[in-house]
Design a protein around this ligand. Structure first.
Ligand code: EPU
Length: 350
């Protein structure tokens, strides 16, 4: 039997970008896939449940954790294959997402530039099919390797098997065939296009191009614009604790949207190909007057109402997960009372 190096009573403060103070009763650092196979040989370690931790950038911790924390630290990034149309690039689940994106561009493989500066790790990216500025992870995804926790069995999934949709994948699904809580991603591969065209249809990018006087941007220029746009309106987790967007953008029927437009003509909405309409949650929250407001040590970011923050940098007292969730619920209630829409949190609450 392989010896598992499990650490006890570990502070999670540096491992969650919201900066909530919490401890893990036990924590396993996974540096190679075989660490997970060794874990499967000792099922007792999983008796109290488990939690997979990547960059901790999509998680609200509401107390000390008794469940085993599985901290993904598998490194490595390589070109594994080259076809006529793509570079297939692989990265370990523990790689920092933004550093990986920057590396692909340095190597001359474009395609991930719109996803620059999204906090978190490579292994967490497919779980919620991260997306920004007109590109979702699924647009560049090739395949991934994962391990079934209970058996230690490795397996590979392609894009169809991952069942990607808006901020969702098989790794979040609990029903038929869902893998939530059952598998851990170890490596992810991306198909980066040789016939690359910039994805610049997004309003913020159009504005930035005009501002910088760029017409046909290179991938590196798109990367630089996305970094500048995000820095201007999203807080840096190293300075202000946050988990990016706190709620998903809700999708409603055309009728429901028309009804709201009747009352609020300025509502920001995006018609979807299937006839539904996506609403900007940030706008809804802002319209309810929450931008810049706070409750205890949790607050709403003044430049983007969709982002909830830990006010530790202002108050010197760390917000608890409970305080953040109290604020989130108050926001949900006012958006529901005014618009009849239930906002769904994006991060995992543990
Ligand atoms: N808006 C307001 N007030 C606010 C915030 C936003 O009126 O306080 C309006 C904006 O003016 C804009 C609209 O709402 O017209 C949408 O805002 P934005 O362009 O900032 O994008 P978003 O819908 O809030 C989504 C993603 C982000 C991603 C951006 C850019 C979700 C939940 N969020 O935000 O993803 O970076 O688009 O593509 O889909 C994340 O998931 O953590 C994340 C940051």
């Amino acid at each position: 039997m392989t010896i598992l190096r499990i650490e006890h009573n570990v502070s999670l403060d540096p491992y969650n970008t919201l900066g909530i103070a919490a401890r893990a009763h036990s924590l396993l650092r996974v540096r190679q896939p075989s660490d997970l196979q060794a874990l499967a040989e000792q099922p007792r370690q999983l008796e109290r449940g488990h939690l997979v931790l990547g960059g901790g950038s999509n998680m609200v911790i509401t107390g000390d954790l008794l469940a085993l924390v599985i901290k993904m630290e598998i490194q490595g990034r390589t070109l594994v294959e080259e076809t006529d149309r793509h570079w297939i690039v692989q990265a370990g689940a523990g790689e920092v997402w933004h550093d990986f994106v920057a590396w692909t561009l340095q190597q001359g493989y474009p395609g991930l530039e719109n996803l620059a500066l999204i906090p978190g790790t490579v292994g967490a990216a497919p779980v919620q099919n991260i997306g920004a500025y007109g590109i979702e992870l699924q647009d560049r995804f090739h395949s991934l390797d994962a391990i079934e926790l209970a058996t230690g069995r490795p397996f590979t999934l392609d894009a169809t098997q991952c069942r990607f949709s808006y901020r969702d994948s098989v790794f979040k699904q609990k029903g038929e065939g869902g893998l939530a809580g059952k598998a851990v991603i170890t490596q992810v591969r991306f198909a980066l296009p040789k016939q690359w065209r910039p994805e610049i249809g997004y309003l913020d990018i159009e504005r930035k191009m005009a501002e910088w006087g760029i017409t046909g941007p290179t991938a590196q220029q798109v990367f630089d614009m996305v970094v500048a746009i995000r820095r201007a309106k999203l807080p840096d987790p190293a300075e202000v604790g946050n988990v990016g967007s706190f709620f998903k953008n809700p999708v409603v029927s055309r009728e429901q949207c028309d009804d709201i437009i009747g009352r609020d003509p300025h509502i920001v909405h995006y018609p979807m190909p299937d006839g539904t309409v996506k609403l900007a949650a940030g706008w809804l929250i802002d319209a309810c007057g929450w931008r810049g407001k706070s409750m205890g040590n949790a607050g709403v970011y003044p430049k983007q109402a969709l982002v909830l923050i830990n006010r530790f940098h202002e108050t010197g007292i760390r917000a608890t997960g409970g305080e953040v969730m109290t604020l989130a619920q108050a926001i949900q209630t006012s958006v529901y009372e005014r618009f009849g829409i239930r906002l769904e949190p994006e991060p995992v609450v543990v």
